[in-house]
Design a protein around this ligand. Structure first.
Ligand code: NAP
Length: 281
């Protein structure tokens, strides 16, 4: 029987997931379809029950439902439980709904695809402490990153993640600005520079060190103000598209049991977003 998958969110029209997953099904000759579904918060529980009744094989979850979906699931993967957020739901063969979070692991895959695994002990500054940063912090820790500092406008949120990780430190944006040259890897997770909402980066990059690694998880535009400034200082640049593709590829693997062929996916999406492919240079 044809399998079907979805992504739910509000808004949802901008999502590139349907196109990416449907292209993978076509390439791999899989009889499946992936659809975007606009779900308002007040309808979430009903949509989950309807998906069950209609026999979905799984779905992705995006803003604003990543946390609020938890009570409607039967089981959580340990990483998703730690993060308190789910972006992938798998309907098991017994018909149970199991929640995973592939955002953080997707980021780590993208980072290491670009710069290898040899920087796991390097001082890393995570900028932001929102939902995405939380997932990334736990996934970095799970992958063996030992020297993580989190800077956030609201210091308590950074401190809460550090407390849960049981390691690392939380600092203010002002401290980050002053200590910028003590870090080697920078991971920018605030919406600064997104094409849809423009506030400047929360601090000055005057002290940005030369030869660092700069990753941004925003991918529209591909070159954010942060990456442009870091590039001028000779940094190795990792844009947010790799994270997006890898989080989708890991979800695909949970659903279908094999890896999709992502060769070409990043290049195709990069072209659509009007940029050069800078993920792997
Ligand atoms: P979120 O939970 O709302 O967190 C936003 C973060 O940005 C918080 O740390 C917040 O600080 C900070 N922030 C917001 N406005 C700010 C301002 N004016 N000045 C300073 N800091 C500010 O959002 P999220 O879910 O983590 O998503 C963050 C970004 O990542 C979004 O642009 C999203 O599109 C992108 N993203 C990309 C991928 C991918 O696959 N590439 C995946 C997930 C998310 P406070 O805590 O002080 O409010």
């Amino acid at each position: 029987m044809k399998k079907w998958f979805a992504v739910i969110g509000d808004p949802i029209a901008q999502s590139k997931s349907p196109e990416m997953h449907n292209a993978w099904y076509a390439e791999m000759n899989i009889d499946a379809a992936y659809i975007p579904v606009h779900v308002k918060s007040e309808d979430l529980q009903q949509v989950v029950s309807s998906f069950q009744l209609l026999g979905t094989s799984g779905w992705n979850v995006t803003i604003p439902h990543k946390e609020t979906i938890l009570p409607f699931l039967d089981e959580l993967d340990p990483l998703a439980e730690k993060m308190g957020a789910v972006n992938t739901v798998v309907r098991t063969t017994e018909g149970k709904l199991k929640g995973y979070n592939t955002d953080g692991p997707g980021f780590v895959k993208s980072l290491e695809e670009a710069v290898g695994t040899e920087h796991r002990q390097a001082p890393l500054l995570l900028i932001g402490a929102g939902g995405a940063a939380r997932g990334i912090a736990f996934a970095l820790q799970q992958a063996g990153y030992t020297n993580i500092t989190i800077a956030n406008r609201t210091l308590e949120k950074a401190q809460a993640i550090v407390d849960e990780m049981g390691s690392g430190q939380a600092i203010t944006m002002q401290q980050a600005e002053e200590e910028l040259d003590t870090f080697k890897i920078f991971v920018q997770t605030t919406p600064a520079g997104m094409s849809t909402g423009d506030f400047a980066l929360p601090f000055s990059l005057e002290k940005f060190p030369t030869g660092a690694i700069a990753a941004d998880i925003v991918y529209n535009p591909l070159m954010t103000p942060f990456l442009l400034a870091a590039e001028k200082k000779g940094a190795t640049i990792v844009n947010g598209l790799g994270m997006f593709v890898h989080q989708g590829a890991i979800a695909y693997q949970y659903w279908l049991g094999h890896e999709p062929n992502i060769n070409g996916t990043i290049a195709r999406l990069t072209e659509q977003l009007g940029g050069k492919n800078i993920v792997n240079r």
